[in-house]
Design a protein. Structure first.
Length: 198
């Protein structure tokens, strides 16, 4: 019964769903989902869908805007909120990725590295540990990182010390968990070291 309900709900909601990076401006997909839910399971309230919690995004412009709107957030603070910039360069797992206004919708996993925010002649560099970037069709980039810090606030001697410590831990690791933790430390400190050298 549950499998049949899921299949029925999936079919009815997929038809009404837009492109993955666009939040519908109307609640038509939600209302279709709720109606279908009530037909199949009338004694149970339908679950809230993600779009019930999200504000609709502005529509995709017909011309390419001159600026890219960037939201750069960490779990505990927002570093940039609706900041209009010329370009960002993100450290994607597939390589450095430049994002300009009008970029195709993309979801990219981030690796430890430098996020560069370009605004006119000003460039602000942040070192981030990992996360995701969501590039939307309306020239909005949402960058979510686990940890990030402006590059000018990093102490090079602490980076060298951390890299040496994790290298030592890797050579003396006796379990897979210890090896994995040491390798993550080496990856992050190595990326920090490269960022400071460059």
């Amino acid at each position: 019964m549950l499998r049949q309900t899921t299949r029925l709900l999936s079919r009815s909601t997929v038809r009404a769903r837009g492109f993955a990076t666009e939040v519908p401006a109307t609640a038509s997909a939600d209302s279709t989902f709720i109606e279908t839910w009530k037909k199949v399971t009338p004694n149970m309230d339908p679950p809230k869908t993600p779009s019930a919690f999200m504000k609709p995004r502005p529509p995709t412009p017909t011309t390419i805007p001159t600026k890219l709107t960037v939201n750069f957030v960490l779990p505990y603070e927002s570093l940039l909120s609706a900041k209009e910039v010329d370009m960002v360069i993100i450290p994607a797992t597939t390589g450095q990725m430049g994002v300009l206004p009008g970029h195709v919708p993309t979801i990219a996993e981030l690796k430890p590295g430098i996020l560069s925010v370009h605004e006119g002649n000003d460039t602000k560099n942040y070192f981030l540990s990992s996360g995701f970037a969501f590039i939307h069709a309306n020239s909005v980039a949402d960058i979510i990182a686990i940890e990030a810090v402006p590059i000018d606030q990093i102490d090079p001697s602490s980076v060298q010390k951390g890299l040496a410590e994790f290298t030592q831990k890797l050579s003396s690791a006796s379990t897979d968990l210890e090896r994995a933790e040491a390798q993550i430390g080496i990856d992050v400190h190595g990326a920090l070291n490269s960022a400071l050298a460059g």
